[in-house]
Unconditional design. Structure first.
Length: 459
């Protein structure tokens, strides 16, 4: 029987002793920096601020518990992808975007090094990322993608044909792949909980069960009191729409996952998935997967992409049709796994700006700052964003504060019902394009997908 919801498999799989929620805020308080959101962005920001300036009073306010959102529900992809890089190349020049990409490459190593230094056992395995093509049109996009990554300085990336791909992972109908070493499998919740503990060791105050209802210059308002601070940082990603005045700031996009029962060594040998690279594909409605530390396959993709009015779920439950679709996707990639037990399913939301560009901002005049809009690439990007927020708060220009995503502004999403209609129409177009490319074996991306990309802001 599949366990549906319960936040995520990662929480059910974490063997650490259960800890009660941290104490909520009970009265008005003051701090030097107030951080709203207890996920990766908020906790990494608190961590780096306290490491750089131990005397700073840093308070984190979390509406449920740390890691309740995307940080505790994601696919465990610590990799070098960042949303909006090509757009930043258009706006600021290729070299500026190349610096951003190099910073992301370095971020993968940074997270691994900090986890080791803080004794955080997060099941980290650096096997890189394998992006696979399974149709002629996907192969065309794969080759263009590979060439693009090389142009941004990723000279250690490798391109494989169908035979070489099967030596990395034996995927049905694979016609080629691209592999980068800048990626690692992680257990998201183990990393999150270890990071929260490291923050508290440094003196960060974390209040859980404390929803922030309004942000204003130098204050964060909650039902239990107001925290006043020179700097108030919004680190709420997919839950940003729940804040007053932010309904249309970032769209909360749903993503869903399933995980198999542990697979025996004989199955792994036949799948040839030995070095545990992360696995993605070049479909328009793309998938992502990992081989977990306990030998399961966790695989995800878009189910129902968006809920009317920017609503978000409470417990991670996902629709039975989505579970069935992800199970079909799993067996399409790996026919050997037909009939394999699916033990858990869950969903969560990620933040999508209107132009699909991740950003970091601090307004010195108001003390308000934010980071996010990672569009599903937040595990590593949150770390780079946090280090950038640290430097912006401390006020000294650094290489990070001059990266092109800093202070980028984007227009708001359309009002309802246009937002709901638009998102669902776009993902219907992407799925139709994928089916057409698979059926016709055309080597070119369908015009429908090009149109959807232009409308969505992805290109």
């Amino acid at each position: 029987m599949t366990i549906n919801g319960g936040i995520s498999f990662w929480y059910a799989n974490d063997t650490a002793p259960h800890q009660p929620p941290r104490a909520p805020l009970t009265t008005d308080a003051t701090a030097d920096v107030a951080i709203v959101g207890g996920g990766y962005t908020g906790l990494w920001t608190a961590y780096y601020l306290k490491r750089a300036a131990p005397d700073l009073r840093v308070t984190v306010l979390e509406q449920k518990f740390c890691g309740y959102g995307a940080s505790g529900r994601n696919g465990g992809w610590l990799y070098n992808g960042i949303a909006g890089r090509d757009r930043y190349a258009e706006l600021h020049g290729h070299q500026a975007a190349r610096r951003l990409q190099q910073a992301m490459n370095d971020t993968v190593t940074e997270v691994i090094d900090v986890a080791a230094a803080e004794s955080i056992d997060a099941d980290i395995h650096r096997g890189g990322v394998l992006e696979v093509a399974r149709t002629p049109a996907q192969l065309t996009r794969l080759k263009a993608f590979h060439a693009g990554e090389l142009s941004f300085g990723e000279t250690d990336r490798e391109l494989y044909d169908a035979t070489e791909t099967r030596t990395r992972i034996d995927i049905a109908d694979a016609v080629g792949s691209s592999w980068t070493p800048h990626g690692a499998r992680i257990h998201p919740v183990k990393l999150l909980r270890g990071l929260a503990t490291a923050c508290e060791r440094l003196g960060v105050v974390i209040h859980e069960c404390t929803p922030v209802t309004e942000l204003a210059p130098r204050r964060a308002v909650t039902p239990y009191g107001t925290v006043r601070a020179p700097y108030v940082l919004r680190c709420t990603e997919g839950f940003t729409a729940s804040l007053k005045g932010h309904k249309r700031t970032w769209l909360p996009m749903n993503s869903s996952m399933i995980v198999t029962a542990p697979l025996p060594p004989s199955v792994w040998a036949r799948l040839n998935w030995q070095d545990a690279p992360l696995l993605g594909d070049m479909a328009h409605a793309y998938m992502y997967a990992q081989r977990t530390a306990d030998d399961r396959i966790a695989i995800g993709g878009r189910g129902v992409p968006y809920r009317f009015g920017s609503r978000t779920d409470n417990d991670g439950r996902t629709q039975p049709t989505t579970i069935a679709a992800l199970t079909t996707l799993l067996t399409t990639f790996f026919p050997l796994l037909t009939g394999t037990e699916i033990t858990h399913a869950w969903s969560g939301v990620l933040g999508v700006p209107r132009d699909w560009c991740a950003t970091v901002t601090l307004d010195a005049a108001t003390g308000l700052g934010w980071a996010g809009g990672y569009v599903g690439s937040g595990v590593a990007t949150a770390n780079l964003a946090a280090r950038t927020l640290r430097d912006l708060v401390l006020g000294d220009p650094t290489d990070l504060t001059t990266l092109p995503w800093v202070h980028h502004r984007v227009r708001r999403w359309e009002p309802e019902p246009l937002r709901w209609l638009g998102v669902h129409a776009l993902y219907a177009a992407y799925r139709t394009a994928d089916r057409h490319e698979a059926k016709t074996h055309t080597p070119n991306t369908t015009p429908l997908a090009h149109l959807a990309n232009r409308i969505s802001g992805r290109t």
